[in-house]
Design a protein around this ligand. Structure first.
Ligand SMILES: NC(=O)c1ccc[n+]([C@@H]2O[C@H](COP(=O)([O-])OP(=O)(O)OC[C@H]3O[C@@H](n4cnc5c(N)ncnc54)[C@H](O)[C@@H]3O)[C@@H](O)[C@H]2O)c1
Length: 458
């Protein structure tokens, strides 16, 4: 039986892979093909060892792959055969030329637009899934429709709000799906096609629509607000450490105010992930472009506090470990930017590891899913670093443990045994406030949480 619709996704990454797997899983009547320029990535999507770790992803992929979900490197064929094309390529921060360190690098996006124009033989609906600066859809439409093409392309904005670590849950039961379109009759027709796809499993009242620029901007603003909450509580953690307050007690009291809410108020060593920093910098760049200096400075402060928090963590380690880390073995618990993912992009652990190596500490890194990425991230960094799968083995002979990722496995380790095998005095720096600090202190550890008084034996 022919498929009702042919959907293509360009970009088989953390967003393209899981989102398309979910569409295929929920909509067997559609054929969903995911293409990428990276043949190894595609080979992994076609294997039992998927390129990303995400709870529940395996089952969803296994149910749909080969039935109506396909992974391929044949971009030209994919474009020709499809009527709806999602674009989910990477949009990192530009590291060259004008706007370096701040603006979005749109080269992958631009190349994709040109490929779609080159290979298309029929009208298409193009869906922006990547996070993009405001007005990118307009630029894409211009690239697609310039020249003498008789084809029509409708560009929609459909930003992805999934969070790594809970991507499958978020895709299956999203808080909302946002679709931005031009407000012409044709734009609204295209929008309705996308609404119909999501309506296969998302309640209609959660599918919201807007003009295309509001949709593009909403994604940047959503990430800026989330990161702002983390930087806000992290800034208060610094004050708590000076004022003998406890940031978890403060966050609980503040978060119980229904106007504030309890989520995203955990103080930590800092936020990471591929999106928060780049999306805020993007917002800052746009504000500067429109000469809104005060607005730009306000949001840039969120990123500055995050940098400050990481540096504060390192300087505290250095100071309490008697102002020298040289030759001391230090174990990092976790390298991923958050629990339940192997993704290490912009993980605070990268900066902490590099700074510890600058201080000439000997690093031991352990993580249940991110060791391969950690090796890549620290390639070329000067210093001693070893990677040990088992956290108990990793800590043997260490002077200190620094918790970088809130993996729940770290909560239930045999810390008595760990303490026995560590060098003394033994330190724990809990960069995620997930451990039982009182119990660890009673075992003999010197414990340094974030945003609360340390528990020491000297
Ligand atoms: N990772 C997240 O949690 C998340 C959440 C929401 C939104 N986003 C946004 O989604 C977008 C993608 O992010 P990601 O994390 O999936 O990135 P990613 O780097 O994991 O994946 C992007 C993929 O696109 C491929 N690609 C690049 N140019 C291509 C081309 N011309 N043709 C075919 N394939 C091409 C790359 O090879 C790569 O596999 C970004 O804009 C990001 O900001 C990410």
């Amino acid at each position: 039986m022919p498929f009702k619709r042919n959907i293509l996704c360009i970009g088989a990454g953390y967003v393209g892979g899981p989102t398309m797997a979910m569409i295929a899983f929920k909509c067997p009547q559609y054929k969903v093909t995911v293409v990428d320029i990276n043949p190894e990535r595609i080979a992994q999507w076609n294997s039992d060892d998927l390129p990303i770790y995400e709870p529940g992803l395996d089952q969803v992929v296994r149910a749909a792959r080969g039935r109506n979900l396909f992974f391929s490197t044949e971009i030209e064929k994919g474009i020709q055969a499809s009527d709806v094309i999602f674009v989910s390529v990477n949009t990192p921060t530009k590291n060259f030329g004008a706007g370096a360190g701040m603006a979005a690098d749109l080269q992958y996006w631009d190349k994709t637009a040109r490929e779609i124009r080159k290979y298309s033989r029929s009208n298409k609906i193009i869906v922006e899934k990547s996070t993009l600066p405001v007005k990118t859809a307009q630029a894409m439409e211009r690239i697609l429709t310039c020249g003498d093409t008789a084809l029509s392309f409708d560009v929609l904005s459909n930003p992805e709000f999934l969070a790594e670590g809970t991507a499958i849950q978020d895709l299956e039961n999203p808080d909302r799906v946002l679709i931005g379109s031009s407000q012409t009759a044709q734009g609204i027709c295209a929008r309705d096609v996308l609404v119909e796809i999501y309506a296969n499993w998302v309640p209609r009242e959660k599918i919201i629509t807007s003009n295309i620029w509001s949709s593009e901007l909403s994604k940047l603003v959503a990430n800026a607000f989330l990161a702002q909450r983390i930087s806000s509580v992290n800034s208060i953690s610094a004050l708590c450490e000076k004022a003998d307050a406890d940031v978890q007690e403060v966050a609980r009291a503040v978060g119980m105010d229904s106007r504030v809410g309890a989520k995203f108020l955990n103080a930590s060593v800092g936020f990471g992930g591929s999106c928060f920093k780049k999306d805020i910098l993007n917002l800052v760049y746009i504000c500067r472009y429109y000469d809104l200096r005060e607005v730009a400075d306000y949001w840039e402060g969120v990123v500055k506090i995050n940098e400050y928090q990481k540096e504060r963590f390192i300087l505290n380690m250095l100071q309490v470990m008697f102002n020298t880390l040289a030759g001391k073995k230090i174990c990092l618990f976790g390298f991923a930017f958050k629990a339940d993912t192997g993704d290490t992009r912009e993980s605070p652990a990268i900066q902490i590891a590099k700074r510890l190596m600058e201080e000439r500490a000997d690093l031991v890194i352990t993580d249940p899913k991110a060791i391969d990425n950690a090796k890549e991230d620290l390639k070329g960094a000067i210093g001693n670093v070893t990677y040990v799968e088992d956290p108990l083995d990793a800590t043997a002979g260490c002077c200190a443990i620094a918790v970088m990722t809130e993996w729940s496995l770290y909560k239930n380790l045999d810390y008595r045994e760990i303490y026995r095998k560590m060098a003394k005095p033994a330190f724990i720096f809990d960069g995620r406030n997930i451990l039982d600090h009182e119990a660890l202190h009673n075992m003999g550890f010197n414990v340094f949480p974030i945003g609360k008084p340390p528990l020491t034996h000297f």
